[in-house]
Design a protein around this ligand. Structure first.
Ligand code: NI
Length: 253
């Protein structure tokens, strides 16, 4: 069985067939699934899904795209969602995204720091979204040595991944790993210890080959496992077992 360590099943893209899709996942080899929040509303929806499905866990947090909503009231709502809910296993997804910059960098950094502080307080791991912000992302990581977690949909260098791993972090790979031009992701997947790698779909985005550009869903995670097995010279079964263990260790399940 596989662990989809990052799947947005609360996304609108699944409104028409969410229940049908979720019910079909155990039969498609998905044993566990982490649904991170992207905003307060999305975090509440993730928690509701985790309550209804045994194999689903939730994380709560505001994505850099929603960083401007993060204030004391929202942080208190996240605190409440964590307390007394054993299915909430992480704070996320949080971080920095300098690609579009619809939200100014200083607001993104402030929200990232506030949610890292919440993770420290709640003693929970974090799910970090970091795009084109490698330097500032690592700087904030260094400010919170007690907090670790996963850099999801990893887009940094192999060197940076080794640095994160040395500090106790995990690295998440999506369908990007299967793209023809995925040199950096493949290099990173070769360079770091197997016990620090987790697999994710980041659905409905990031569909692997040969489904690139289509709506992604957790049933396609096997493509990432096949590719990682090829990269590391392992059997698909070995990759399944290792990444399942890693995901459980990461989220303390
Ligand atoms: Ni995501």
């Amino acid at each position: 069985m596989l662990f989809d360590t990052h799947a947005h099943m609360d996304d609108r893209a699944f409104d028409a067939d969410r229940e049908e899709l979720l019910s079909s996942l155990p039969g498609k080899g998905i044993g566990l699934l982490m649904n991170p929040g992207c905003s307060l509303t999305s975090s509440q929806n993730a928690c509701a899904l985790a309550r209804r499905y045994d194999f689903i866990y939730a994380a709560v947090g505001s994505h850099p795209d929603a960083a401007d909503e993060v204030d004391a009231v929202v942080l208190e709502e996240y605190r409440k969602l964590c307390k007394g809910n054993p299915k909430v296993k992480a704070i996320g997804e949080i971080g920095l995204d300098y690609h579009y910059e619809d939200i100014p960098r200083d607001i993104q950094q402030k929200a990232f720091r506030a949610q890292m502080a919440l993770a420290k307080e709640r003693k929970l791991p974090v799910i970090v979204h970091e795009r084109e912000a490698h330097e500032d992302g690592c700087k904030i990581v260094e400010e919170f040595p007690e907090v670790t977690g996963v850099f999801h949909c990893y887009s940094g260098s192999a060197e940076m991944a080794k640095w994160l791993v040395s500090r106790g972090w995990y690295i998440g790979f999506t369908g990007v790993l299967t793209f023809k031009n995925a040199r950096k992701a493949v290099e990173t997947a070769q360079a770091i210890p197997l016990d620090r790698i987790v697999l994710e779909t980041d659905c409905p985005y990031m569909s692997p080959e040969p489904f690139r550009g289509k709506r992604n869903d957790p049933g396609r995670l096997y493509r990432m496992a096949e590719k990682l097995a090829q990269i590391r010279g392992l059997s698909v079964e070995e990759v399944q077992a290792a990444t399942m263990e890693n995901g459980k260790r990461l989220y303390r399940i």
